[in-house]
Design a binder for this molecule. Structure first.
Ligand code: SF4
Length: 222
């Protein structure tokens, strides 16, 4: 993907979102407007997704989003230790992945305003794929179908792969980095920012291999 322009990668990103919508339609979902229990400070995304969000917003919207992020940036949030393609490799090698620490009680996503997402149509894949079988505002947590987790992981792995010269991290850190400095694809990794990796092995358990084949074929045709 290194020879593709940002615009070409963004076009692939949009197609991946469309394909995910198509393949996730069949899943049980209780998610509805007004429920934002899963909108925590622990959402992650790639630099390509952050650039896509900021490119699509007008100046006023962008200012509003970045102002919220800056205001809340000192608060606790998930700082991921691995990307999903790194995690897949760690598992493939039979190694123990590092422990990730994320507490939903750290509070809501900085982009949640009056229980509504400020960037709903542009939201990161991590938000799109949080599809719960039961109302989280009743149970207090999302309950995802096991196949839904596999479907989501596969898309997330391809999302990282198409941005494999970019970076990955918490929504606040990556949006701020991109919005403040416009550093798409050239960030210097630090303790908050990871470098994306190429896809080497898909995280698909044996029981989902047959069912996911049509999805993988469709992704590979993009
Ligand atoms: S970006 Fe939007 S959908 Fe995602 S967690 Fe934040 S408020 Fe919720």
């Amino acid at each position: 993907m290194k020879n593709k322009s940002v615009k070409q990668k963004q076009a692939i990103l949009k197609k991946l979102f469309e394909l995910f919508d198509r393949f996730s339609k069949e899943m049980d979902r209780a998610c509805d407007e007004g429920c934002a229990v899963c909108c925590t400070r622990n959402v992650t995304l790639t630099g390509l997704e952050a650039k896509f969000i900021l490119d699509e917003l007008n100046n006023n919207e962008k200012d509003a989003v970045l102002t919220r992020i800056v205001k809340e940036h000192h608060k606790n949030r998930l700082i991921p230790k691995t990307t999903i393609n790194e995690l897949a490799k760690i598992c493939m090698n039979g190694e123990e992945p590092p422990e990730e620490f994320a507490d939903p009680l750290w509070g809501e996503c900085p982009l949640l305003s009056n229980q509504k997402c400020m960037i709903y149509d542009l939201r990161p894949f991590a938000c799109r794929s949080m599809i719960s079988k039961k109302r989280c505002d009743v149970t207090g947590f999302a309950e995802m179908d096991e196949y839904m987790v596999t479907l989501s992981n596969v898309f997330m792995q391809y999302l990282e792969h198409i941005d494999n010269d970019g970076y990955f991290g918490n929504l606040s850190d990556i949006l701020l980095l991109e919005g403040d400095k416009g550093k798409y694809g050239s960030a210097i990794p630090d303790e908050n920012i990871l470098v994306n990796k190429q896809l080497e092995i898909l995280m698909v358990p044996p029981e989902h291999r047959e069912r996911i084949t049509a999805v993988i074929n469709a992704i590979q045709k993009i």
